[in-house]
Design a protein around this ligand. Structure first.
Ligand SMILES: Cc1ncc(COP(=O)(O)O)c(C=O)c1O
Length: 400
């Protein structure tokens, strides 16, 4: 049974809740005081005993961060590398696949229409070199990845890689990635999943999803510090990946003309890492594990649905999330008002929201859909009063 969260306690443990109505958790969430303390304590330790010495003294705790992320996503610790961002992990895995010979010329790369800019542009770079054209799987009318259309594209059997998005940056619908991944794998494709906007707000289990690679970030729904992320690579695939950007931690220079990559996801971990924020990520992930991801998901979905329910009652407001399964990202426009002006008005009233524009997700924004939307992303610690503050601003802007 999923127990409800103690929202008052969570807010009391989050200093930012006292100063702002933070509805930009899809950008970067408010951290807990415990996460902040972890980061600051390690910076102090570095200044007192030296950076390398401080690292050596917390070696086990650093390793435990990867183990916590692995526990969160149902992976083995050896399959997870903590990175500086989602994009860093994605890039290393993608180039690792390319340099490891996993993208044969003439085969195709499939993406869904939720694809995020850094992933798509990375695919463009590799696709040009590898000679593997990119094709986008159509969406159903409600915006969800179209499973039947995917089957049709897979039927030719020449798909080398499917790069799929669990939750887009710009829209609150949840794609059926487990189903899509299963079909792609049956068709012989390597599967990458972008869980950047889902991990921390939705259950993400690599076993259930069946993907080969999955990437996420720390600062968003996990409430970790900025400059943190992770990449998961399935054991059976990882030894064939030849990542770029290797150094003395990810590999060993074992002969004048030779190097040996570390085993498992260790080959993605660089020598130089910001230890303090990585420890902070560990505190944040452990907190999510303590609360329980099911309880978090239930609460986030309920708060977001509450917000959508109020927003649609405001004259001139259109909500754009679509999909049948929705999460904590709520996107909307106000008739006759630029999203950037709506966001600025909210900011002046002490409410943080963001704006997502077409270049961030251009396969889905634009055309019949808006070019830019306001994005409100409440978290489990968001309360009704904060939603009401946003709606008041939106109504006032709409009435201008
Ligand atoms: C859907 C999605 N994927 C990937 C990313 C990239 O994450 P990062 O900035 O940590 O590389 C983002 C960032 O906003 C995102 O929203």
């Amino acid at each position: 049974m999923t127990l409800p969260l103690d929202i008052d306690a969570e807010r009391a443990a989050t200093p930012g809740c006292a100063t702002v109505a933070h509805l930009n958790n899809a950008g970067a969430a408010l951290p807990t005081e415990a996460t902040l303390d972890t980061v600051i304590a390690h910076l102090h330790l570095e200044s007192e005993i030296g950076g390398y010495e401080a690292e050596a003294s917390v070696r086990e705790r650093i390793d435990a961060v990867g183990a916590s992320v692995a526990a969160l996503i149902g992976a083995d610790p050896g399959e997870v590398a903590v990175t500086g961002s989602d994009t860093e992990g994605f890039t290393k895995a993608l180039w690792g696949l390319y340099l490891g010979g996993g993208l044969e010329r003439g085969r195709r790369i499939l993406v869904d229409r939720m694809a995020y800019d850094s992933h798509y542009m990375g695919l463009l770079q590799v696709s040009g070199l590898a000679g593997t054209p990119i094709e986008a799987v159509p969406s159903t009318p409600d915006g969800t990845l179209d499973i039947d259309a995917l089957e049709d594209l897979l039927a030719t059997g020449d798909v080398a890689l499917a790069s799929l998005t669990h939750v887009g940056t710009h829209r609150g619908l949840v794609n059926p990635v487990a189903d899509a991944v299963a079909r792609c794998r049956r068709a012989g494709a390597v599967t990458f999943v972008d869980a950047c906007q889902s991990v921390g707000q939705l259950p993400v289990d690599v076993g259930a999803m069946g993907c080969d690679v999955l990437t996420g970030t720390g600062r968003k729904w996990l409430r970790g510090p900025r400059g943190t992320g992770f990449v998961y690579v399935r054991t059976e695939l990882v030894q064939s990946l030849r990542p770029i950007g290797i150094d003395g931690r990810s590999a060993t220079w074992d002969a004048d003309d030779h190097y040996r990559l570390e085993d498992g996801a260790q080959r993605f971990i660089p020598f130089e890492t910001p230890v303090a924020v990585r420890l902070g990520l560990g505190t944040a992930v452990d907190h999510a594990l303590d609360l329980g991801i099911d309880a978090i998901a239930t609460r986030v979905a309920a708060v977001a649905e509450e917000l959508r329910g109020i927003l649609v009652t405001v004259d001139g407001v259109a909500v754009h999330d679509g999909g049948r399964h929705r999460c904590g990202i709520v996107t909307f426009t106000v008739e006759g008002q630029a999203p950037v002006d709506v966001a600025a008005a909210a900011r002046s009233a002490g409410v943080n929201v963001s704006v997502t524009e077409r270049p961030a997700a251009r396969l889905d924004l634009g055309g019949d859909r808006p070019e830019r939307v306001v994005r409100a992303s409440p978290h489990y610690f968001t309360v009704t009063d904060e939603l009401a503050r946003l709606v008041e601003v939106v109504a006032a802007v709409g009435a201008r």
